[in-house]
Design a protein around this ligand. Structure first.
Ligand code: B16
Ligand code: MG
Length: 225
């Protein structure tokens, strides 16, 4: 089977906006008497905005303290802070090796997709100057279930018109790796603690086109056996 597509997560794979998400959530959480740290923030990676808020409220023991309207207002406040901080993003904010691997995939005539649950993804791609680098970006606003549900990766494969079995997914979050695996794709994990990934890389520096093709070929051998 030929490799037909590579589907990327955004935050933590293409650029590192996790810290900006954290700073915005920390401010909002502080205002309602909840203190969060970077360790807890790990649990919010790849989790949608409203689900992230739910996790913060649960963490602070305030799950039932706010009605729907108040929760929406808290999420809107966080997003306003986050969007303001995105002004610091430039073309230099691409993680190392990403520009090169995108070019390598394109040169090999393999399709590229995006599976980010961020509603800000289109603006972020534009700020990074890579909005034309993807053949299809799954629309997070049409996704009903957060990662680890495979929905967003399945939507990306459908939009690219490839079977999940012909595609590799790349993620930095445990929930994202579970989503890729559940979609029936091959998974590449960036960073520590992603034991369920088909292959784990220390950083995007190691994410080369050769690394992807070697990984794909090794998997084909495994299937033949
Ligand atoms: P927004 P990804 C995710 O991006 C982030 O990892 C997660 O922390 C964030 O809550 C989520 O996007 C939603 O982002 O509030 O901008 O819609 O990793 O799926 O690219
Ligand atoms: Mg991510």
């Amino acid at each position: 089977m030929m490799l037909k597509a590579v589907v990327f997560d955004l935050d933590g794979v293409i650029t590192d906006t996790a810290h900006l998400h954290f700073l915005a959530w920390r401010t909002v959480a502080q205002e309602i008497g909840i203190s969060i740290d970077e360790t807890f923030n790990e649990e919010l990676k790849g989790i949608s905005r409203m689900d992230s808020l739910q996790r913060i409220l649960r963490y602070g023991g305030k799950e039932g303290a706010f009605n729907e309207q108040q929760r929406l207002a808290l999420a809107a406040k966080k997003n306003a802070l986050y969007v303001r901080s995105l002004a610091s993003l430039t073309q230099d904010s691409l993680l190392p090796g990403i520009r090169e691997v995108l070019a390598g995939i394109r040169a090999a005539n393999v399709k590229t997709g995006l599976a980010s649950v961020s509603l800000n993804a289109p603006g972020i791609l534009q700020a990074l100057g890579i909005d034309h680098a993807f053949d299809f970006c799954a629309d997070a606003s049409r996704i009903a279930r957060s990662k680890p549900d495979p929905e967003i990766f399945l939507a990306a494969c459908a939009g690219l018109n490839v079977s999940p079995r012909e595609a590799i997914g790349i993620e930095d979050a445990a929930a994202g790796i579970q989503a890729i695996n559940a979609a029936g794709m091959l998974s590449v994990g960036i960073g520590p603690g992603l034991d369920e990934a088909g292959i784990q890389l220390h950083s995007t520096r190691e994410l080369t086109w050769k690394c992807l093709t070697d990984f794909w070929a090794s998997r084909t051998v495994l299937i033949r056996n």
